[in-house]
Design a protein around this ligand. Sequence first.
Ligand code: ZN
Length: 127
Amino acid sequence: MTLQTPWHHEPRKFLTDAQAAKLFLEHGGRCWKCKQKIGPTELARDWSVGHKLALELGGTNDWANLAPECCLCKPLVDAEDHKAAGHNRRAATRHVIPKSMKKKSALAKRPGMKFNWKQGRYVRETD
Ligand SMILES: [Zn+2]
């Protein structure tokens, strides 16, 4: 893969039912995360194709990165991945944006100004 930023990732690709079934059987019908067997008699009967390394974290749609993910793990994995991806984006932003470009709050007190409650806005200190 070429150089990526935390804002880009490979588009999601969907497997055909046959491909998904092959993947499922290759993994012994087990969730890659919790290693529990997924099946009609088990607690986690529903599953989907998951990415071991999430797309948003630089993962790919390569067969080796795909694995069955049970419906109990999916929300946890997704939450973890989103959290990590958000962290990466914030870290990248922090790295690239200099302090001078940081947006100042409109409510921030400017030097030489004081809040005039009567007018409901900041006015020069000399007022
Ligand atoms: Zn699982």
